[in-house]
Design a protein around this ligand. Structure first.
Ligand code: NAP
Length: 275
């Protein structure tokens, strides 16, 4: 069998970032992303720092708010409301995961829709599900963009998503359904996962379980997208069975940040448009 086509998110993200930088430079002010980090999880701190570096690299401003790990929901919401009212902030990202005492849904829903450039609020989810305009959850939006770029036909395709989180599996299912795919969402309680995955024309692994998807679970000639972080949810042998596969790293990850920056500039452009 011939080698699979590699879905190079890293290359597409570079193109998208260049377009985002040009759009940012054309604005009469610096489009600015505020990041909010609660607690001191080193992984989360690293992701937030990377997002800030990318902002600087492509001509966006960034503002960072770091809150103590014992911050209450009310305190966090107050910060988000302040950022929501700040005219110099165009996008707000609340870094996931949040400490257990925080009412996560209430916090995300305190971000005004026009500044929810990470697409995590209930309103953004509803807009995606209903096919209405608005910012999309970045990782699923990046996956759809990647599939479109490589001209993977979505209409009528049999798609299986492994994972149903609010930031990834669920919004991706909504977006792909809006694009006329037939979507099955699997999760930790799914009986006989392989039965589902092995009939997928497009398989998206978003479980955060390294090596979960083995070769026997992939239909020959399928398109396989691995949303997991290194080393990825899809085993090397499984990717070989595919017609096309996204690498880890260099696949979905760069697309997520590219979508975040693009949507921050969209939000800033909307401010200019509303003046
Ligand atoms: P999450 O909130 O932990 O959700 C994981 C999902 O996978 C849950 O729905 C869970 O089922 C399901 N699952 C776990 N083990 C499973 C198994 N053995 N079989 C079937 N389903 C299983 O994770 P997430 O935030 O969505 O992230 C998923 C992955 O994507 C992680 O590797 C994460 O690091 C990665 N990610 C990457 C990016 C990026 O930019 N590249 C961005 C975000 C996330 P239940 O619902 O039943 O618990």
């Amino acid at each position: 069998m011939s080698s699979p086509i590699i879905l190079f998110g890293i290359e597409l993200a570079a193109e998208l970032n260049a377009a985002t930088a040009a759009r940012a430079a054309a604005l009469p002010f610096t489009p600015t992303l505020a990041t909010v980090l609660v607690g001191d999880d080193p992984g989360s701190a690293k992701y937030v720092a990377m997002k800030q570096r990318r902002c600087a690299q492509y001509g966006l401003g960034s503002r960072h708010v770091r809150l103590a790990s014992d911050t209450s929901t009310a305190e966090l919401i107050a910060v988000l409301i302040d950022l929501g009212a700040d005219p110099d902030v165009h996008g707000i990202l609340l870094q996931h995961p949040l400490p257990p005492q925080i009412d996560e849904r209430a916090a995300y829903d305190a971000i005004p829709l026009r500044k929810d450039v990470d697409g995590t609020s209930s309103a953004a989810f509803a807009a995606a599900a209903l096919g209405q305009p608005g910012h999309r959850s970045c990782t699923p939006a990046g996956i759809v963009r990647l599939l479109d770029h490589y001209r993977v036909e979505l209409a009528g395709a049999d798609v299986v998503i492994v994972g149903r989180s609010a930031i990834l599996g669920k919004p991706l299912a909504a977006m792909l359904t809006a694009r006329d795919a037939t979507v099955t969402v699997c999760h930790s309680r799914t009986r006989d996962l392989a039965t589902h995955t092995s009939r997928a024309e497009i398989l998206v692994a978003a479980a955060g379980r390294p090596g979960l998807i083995t070769a026997a679970m992939v239909r020959s000639g399928a398109v396989v997208v691995d949303a997991g972080f290194t080393p990825g949810d899809v085993s090397e042998e499984a990717a070989e069975v595919a017609r096309a596969a996204s690498p880890v790293p260099g696949g979905v990850g760069p697309m997520t940040i590219a979508m975040l920056l693009a949507q921050t500039v969209d939000a800033a452009q909307a401010v200019v448009g509303s003046r």
